[in-house]
Design a protein around this ligand. Structure first.
Ligand SMILES: Cc1cc2nc3c(=O)[nH]c(=O)nc-3n(C[C@H](O)[C@H](O)[C@H](O)COP(=O)(O)O)c2cc1C
Length: 165
């Protein structure tokens, strides 16, 4: 089994989580790289990571998910400013699922990722972003050690699941 962690990250939060997930993958052949460099056909299990943006999936990530050949196993991981487990972040994962109809989605993981305070102030004034930006004010310090440990455990469990499919 060959595993890939392909991630998109603008301010480093998703990259941190990607590295923790990579650490939790227990297979001899594994690689980690930005999504712009990733070629999905070479791997059996692909962890696809991205920041939730405007309650959805960034365009580059959407194109990558659509390009994954039939029969592969995917696992999604996200960071987001809004509350963990909240509807504002889950809507992006629902959309990611809708793009992955010809592959098996093993599972999903999400944790919070901080947004620069200066940026939040601007986003709070924007009707399109206000709802999540209110919640994001308390995301300072995330992803933290507990988030990264959870991500690592998620990776381990997804690999175990892939082996049994
Ligand atoms: C332009 C922009 C839009 C965002 N939209 C959302 C959103 O809709 N919901 C949310 O929970 N967080 C949103 N965020 C917060 C990011 O998802 C969060 O900070 C994430 O951890 C950033 O990851 P990165 O450092 O890997 O880029 C947004 C951030 C930016 C800058």
């Amino acid at each position: 089994m060959k595993a890939l962690v392909a991630y998109y990250s603008e301010s480093g939060n998703t990259e941190k989580l990607a590295k923790a997930i990579y650490g939790g993958i227990n297979v001899p052949k594994k690689e980690i790289m930005p999504i712009s460099e990733a070629i999905s056909k070479d791997y059996d299990v692909i962890f696809v990571g991205f920041p939730v943006q405007a309650s959805s999936v960034p365009a580059k990530v959407e194109n990558f998910i659509k390009s994954v050949p039939e029969g592969k196993k995917l696992a999604f991981f996200v960071t987001h400013g809004s509350l963990r487990g909240g509807q504002l972040a889950i809507s992006a994962l629902h959309y990611a699922f809708s793009l992955a109809l010809k592959v098996t989605v093993l599972g999903t993981f999400g944790c919070r990722g901080q947004v620069k305070p200066g940026l939040i102030d601007a986003l709070l004034k924007n009707p399109e972003h206000k709802a999540w930006a209110i919640e994001a004010q308390s995301a300072v310090g995330h992803p933290d050690k507990a988030d990264l440990d959870d991500g690592k455990e998620f990776a381990n469990l997804m690999i175990a699941k892939a082996r049994n499919l």
